[in-house]
Write a protein that binds this ligand. Structure first.
Ligand code: TYD
Length: 135
C-alpha cells in the first residue's frame, strides 16, 4: 500500500505557455480555508516534522522540486514533488517532512482550515502513540 495520494490538476498548454487549474470539489477534496507557500528554501534545512489531528492539505512544487516523507506510524515512504500539475494529498494524522528542496523550489499548500497550533502533533513519539491508540 502506498501512502501517497496524487491529484492531477488540469493542465492547458498552448503556444503562449501553460495554464494549470485547481478547482474546488473537482481537484481539492475539501473547502479551502488557507493557502500558504514556502520559498527561499535550502536543501540542508528540511521542514515539517509534524502531523495534524484534523487538517487536510494538498501540496505541490509550483517550481523546482523537493521530497516529502509520509509516515502513518507503521509505514514510511518518500515521494518526489516535481510536477506543477500534480499535487500530493496529505491527510489528517500523516506525519510529514519536506526535504531536499531545489534552489528554485516554491512549495504551495492548500489547507482545509486556518492555522491552529493545537492541531499540530510535533513530537514523533506522541504521534506514534496517538495513531496506535486510535487503531
Ligand atoms: P510550521 O508549520 O512549523 O512550518 P513547516 O511545517 O513548514 O516547517 O510553521 C512555522 C512557523 O510559522 C510556526 O511558528 C507557525 C507559523 N505558521 C503560521 O503562523 N501560519 C501558518 O499558516 C503556518 C503554516 C505556520
Amino acid at each position: 500500500m502506498t501512502l501517497a495520494s496524487w491529484i492531477d490538476f488540469q493542465s492547458l498548454q498552448d503556444p503562449r505557455g501553460r495554464l494549470i487549474v485547481a478547482e474546488a470539489d473537482r481537484h481539492i477534496p475539501f473547502a479551502i480555508r488557507r493557502v500558504y507557500y514556502l520559498r527561499d528554501l535550502h536543501a540542508a534545512e528540511p521542514r515539517g516534522f509534524h502531523a495534524h489531528r484534523d487538517l487536510r492539505q494538498v501540496m505541490l512544487c509550483v517550481t523546482g522540486s523537493c521530497e516529502v516523507v509520509l509516515d502513518n506510524g507503521r509505514q514510511r515512504e518518500v515521494v518526489t514533488c516535481d510536477d506543477p500539475a500534480r499535487a500530493l494529498l496529505v491527510d489528517r494524522m500523516i506525519w510529514h517532512e519536506m526535504q531536499n528542496f531545489s534552489v528554485d523550489a516554491v512549495f504551495l499548500v492548500f489547507a482545509s482550515d486556518v492555522y491552529r497550533e493545537d492541531d499540530y502533533i510535533r513530537n514523533y513519539d506522541n504521534f506514534r502513540h496517538a495513531v496506535s491508540s486510535t487503531r
